[in-house]
Design a protein around this ligand. Structure first.
Ligand SMILES: [Zn+2]
Length: 275
């Protein structure tokens, strides 16, 4: 059974697809490589990476959710933003990953059982300072800190390829209703940081769903935050992963890119301060 499939995205970037609805990205320079995320932790990702890369490589996580941190125990050193250290501890446990996969929306491939799940990482993560960059030779990976989906969420940038890995930070199903998510107001400030550099990036890629987003998603999601804060959004009642929330836009929203489910109790930072 093939658990990892590669697909070239740009000159230096390869998408590694899994059957569990989540991808990882491998950025390969002429001197070093960087694996961004480790998926659900099913199967031998390390073996696959080492068959694929011929240069030394490092590993970073975009955030602490189980479908990104799941395979981290296979690697000696893994970087993670300290703002997500506590989240990873409970979210990426083996039990949580097993229940997520077996109750999730993607049919589990035949032959996959609990024995295929690697254990949770017990070695400490290396703190990733969002201001640091990974120099890989003929390309560099830098980061923008985008608290929103999680407190420590990062968007990796590969300027040489004009690629922004927006990951779980923005999309058609942006999940902002978790207890680990920020307020909508904080999230809007995060999007502003992406808008500041948007002209350098023509391709916005994701770990889930269609794989890429229209460039306009940055501005359209920023506008959606305004609508939510002004209470002029669609506010459609919804539920994702057993947690209720409201969708900012109708499911069909022609002419606008992106959508999010949020907690109406956590729109403004001041609501947060009172809680
Ligand atoms: Zn996530």
């Amino acid at each position: 059974m093939e658990l990892f499939k590669q697909e070239k995205v740009s000159e230096h970037i390869t998408r590694i697809k899994t059957p569990f609805g989540v991808s990882m990205f491998l950025v390969q320079g002429d001197r070093k490589a960087l694996l961004i995320d480790t998926g659900m932790g099913i199967g031998d990702l390390r073996e696959f990476i080492e068959e694929t890369v011929s240069v030394p490589y490092e590993v970073v996580l975009t955030h602490g959710h189980c479908d990104h941190a799941g395979g981290a125990s296979q690697f000696d050193e893994v970087y993670l933003n300290p703002a997500d250290f506590a989240l990873e501890k409970w979210h990426a446990s083996r039990e949580h990953r097993i229940s997520d996969v077996f109750t999730g929306p993607f049919p589990v491939p035949e032959g996959i059982t609990e024995t295929n799940f690697v254990p949770q990482r017990t070695a400490p993560y290396t703190p990733l300072d969002p201001a640091m960059s990974f120099h890989l030779g003929d390309c560099t990976v830098s980061f923008i800190e985008v608290p929103g989906h999680t407190q420590g969420c990062l968007v990796p940038l590969i300027k040489e390829d004009g690629v922004m890995i927006i990951g779980d930070a923005l999309g058609e199903n942006t999940l902002m209703h978790f207890r680990e998510s920020t307020t909508v107001q904080t999230y809007q400030r995060s999007i502003e940081r992406l808008l500041e550099v948007q002209d350098d990036y023509s391709l916005l890629i994701r770990f889930h769903g269609a794989g890429a987003s229209e460039h306009r998603i940055l501005q359209d999601m920023h506008d959606l935050c305004d609508e939510i804060m002004n209470h002029t959004d669609a506010a459609v009642p919804g539920n994702m992963m057993g947690i209720p929330g409201k969708w900012g836009r109708e499911k069909e929203h022609p002419g606008k890119a992106g959508n999010m489910i949020y907690n109406p109790e956590r729109i403004f930072d001041e609501q947060e301060d009172k809680a």
